[in-house]
Design a protein around this ligand. Structure first.
Ligand code: ZN
Length: 119
Protein backbone atom coordinates (compact mmCIF):
# COMPACT_ATOMS: atom_id res chain seq x y z
CA UNK A 1 0.00 0.00 0.00
CA UNK A 2 1.21 3.44 -0.88
CA UNK A 3 0.97 6.02 1.86
CA UNK A 4 1.02 9.51 0.48
CA UNK A 5 2.54 12.26 2.53
CA UNK A 6 0.33 15.27 2.20
CA UNK A 7 0.43 18.60 3.93
CA UNK A 8 -2.25 19.63 6.36
CA UNK A 9 -5.54 17.87 6.19
CA UNK A 10 -8.85 19.13 7.43
CA UNK A 11 -10.04 17.80 10.77
CA UNK A 12 -12.30 14.85 10.06
CA UNK A 13 -15.95 15.46 10.75
CA UNK A 14 -16.28 11.87 11.75
CA UNK A 15 -15.37 11.13 15.35
CA UNK A 16 -14.67 8.03 17.34
CA UNK A 17 -17.92 6.55 18.66
CA UNK A 18 -20.06 7.87 15.80
CA UNK A 19 -22.32 5.62 13.82
CA UNK A 20 -21.52 5.83 10.14
CA UNK A 21 -22.84 4.35 6.93
CA UNK A 22 -20.47 2.97 4.34
CA UNK A 23 -21.04 4.35 0.85
CA UNK A 24 -18.42 2.48 -1.13
CA UNK A 25 -16.48 -0.73 -1.13
CA UNK A 26 -17.38 -4.23 -0.18
CA UNK A 27 -19.33 -3.19 2.91
CA UNK A 28 -21.38 -0.62 1.02
CA UNK A 29 -24.73 0.08 2.65
CA UNK A 30 -23.78 -1.22 6.07
CA UNK A 31 -23.59 0.80 9.24
CA UNK A 32 -21.08 0.49 12.03
CA UNK A 33 -19.62 2.42 14.89
CA UNK A 34 -16.27 4.11 14.56
CA UNK A 35 -13.46 2.50 16.51
CA UNK A 36 -10.83 5.00 15.56
CA UNK A 37 -9.88 7.79 13.19
CA UNK A 38 -6.46 8.31 11.66
CA UNK A 39 -6.66 11.98 10.65
CA UNK A 40 -3.17 12.22 9.16
CA UNK A 41 -3.84 9.36 6.80
CA UNK A 42 -7.48 10.19 6.21
CA UNK A 43 -8.52 6.75 7.35
CA UNK A 44 -11.11 5.32 9.67
CA UNK A 45 -11.52 1.99 11.45
CA UNK A 46 -15.02 0.61 11.80
CA UNK A 47 -16.35 -2.03 14.14
CA UNK A 48 -16.70 -5.30 12.26
CA UNK A 49 -16.46 -3.90 8.74
CA UNK A 50 -13.77 -4.08 6.09
CA UNK A 51 -12.47 -7.23 7.74
CA UNK A 52 -9.28 -8.72 6.41
CA UNK A 53 -7.43 -11.89 7.23
CA UNK A 54 -4.11 -11.38 8.86
CA UNK A 55 -1.81 -14.34 8.67
CA UNK A 56 -0.08 -14.94 11.96
CA UNK A 57 3.07 -17.02 12.04
CA UNK A 58 3.61 -19.63 14.73
CA UNK A 59 5.57 -18.08 17.55
CA UNK A 60 6.45 -21.12 19.59
CA UNK A 61 7.25 -24.68 18.64
CA UNK A 62 4.07 -26.71 18.34
CA UNK A 63 1.97 -23.64 17.77
CA UNK A 64 0.22 -23.24 14.47
CA UNK A 65 0.00 -20.25 12.21
CA UNK A 66 -3.44 -18.74 12.01
CA UNK A 67 -5.58 -16.49 9.94
CA UNK A 68 -7.01 -13.83 12.19
CA UNK A 69 -9.74 -11.48 11.09
CA UNK A 70 -9.10 -7.85 11.89
CA UNK A 71 -10.84 -4.64 10.90
CA UNK A 72 -8.74 -2.76 8.35
CA UNK A 73 -8.80 1.01 8.03
CA UNK A 74 -10.73 2.46 5.11
CA UNK A 75 -10.83 5.88 3.56
CA UNK A 76 -12.80 8.39 5.54
CA UNK A 77 -14.53 9.65 2.40
CA UNK A 78 -16.20 6.26 2.01
CA UNK A 79 -18.39 6.85 5.02
CA UNK A 80 -21.11 9.23 6.03
CA UNK A 81 -22.15 10.12 9.56
CA UNK A 82 -25.58 8.82 10.56
CA UNK A 83 -27.49 11.48 12.46
CA UNK A 84 -28.70 10.16 15.84
CA UNK A 85 -31.82 12.35 15.62
CA UNK A 86 -33.17 11.68 12.11
CA UNK A 87 -31.25 8.43 11.46
CA UNK A 88 -30.25 9.60 8.01
CA UNK A 89 -26.82 9.58 6.49
CA UNK A 90 -25.84 13.20 6.45
CA UNK A 91 -23.16 15.76 5.92
CA UNK A 92 -21.90 17.49 9.02
CA UNK A 93 -21.91 21.21 9.64
CA UNK A 94 -20.70 23.22 12.57
CA UNK A 95 -22.38 25.67 14.88
CA UNK A 96 -20.96 27.65 17.74
CA UNK A 97 -22.65 27.67 21.11
CA UNK A 98 -20.69 30.27 23.01
CA UNK A 99 -17.19 28.85 22.86
CA UNK A 100 -18.30 25.31 22.09
CA UNK A 101 -18.04 24.13 18.55
CA UNK A 102 -20.91 21.76 17.91
CA UNK A 103 -21.49 19.41 15.05
CA UNK A 104 -24.88 19.68 13.38
CA UNK A 105 -26.80 17.49 10.98
CA UNK A 106 -27.28 19.15 7.59
CA UNK A 107 -30.60 17.36 7.15
CA UNK A 108 -32.48 18.16 10.36
CA UNK A 109 -30.23 20.71 12.07
CA UNK A 110 -29.92 18.60 15.22
CA UNK A 111 -26.72 18.64 17.21
CA UNK A 112 -24.63 15.53 16.79
CA UNK A 113 -23.03 14.77 20.13
CA UNK A 114 -19.37 13.86 20.20
CA UNK A 115 -18.88 10.92 22.47
CA UNK A 116 -16.14 11.18 25.04
CA UNK A 117 -13.11 9.13 24.15
CA UNK A 118 -13.06 6.20 26.50
CA UNK A 119 -9.87 4.25 26.39
ZN1 ZN B 1 -30.44 14.73 11.40
Amino acid sequence: MVTKRTEEKATPRVKKGDTVRVLLGKDRGKSASVLGVLPKRGLIVLDGLNMVFKHVRPRRAGEKGQRVQVAAPMNISNVQVVCPACKKGTRVGYRFDGTDKLRVCKQCDATIPTKKASN
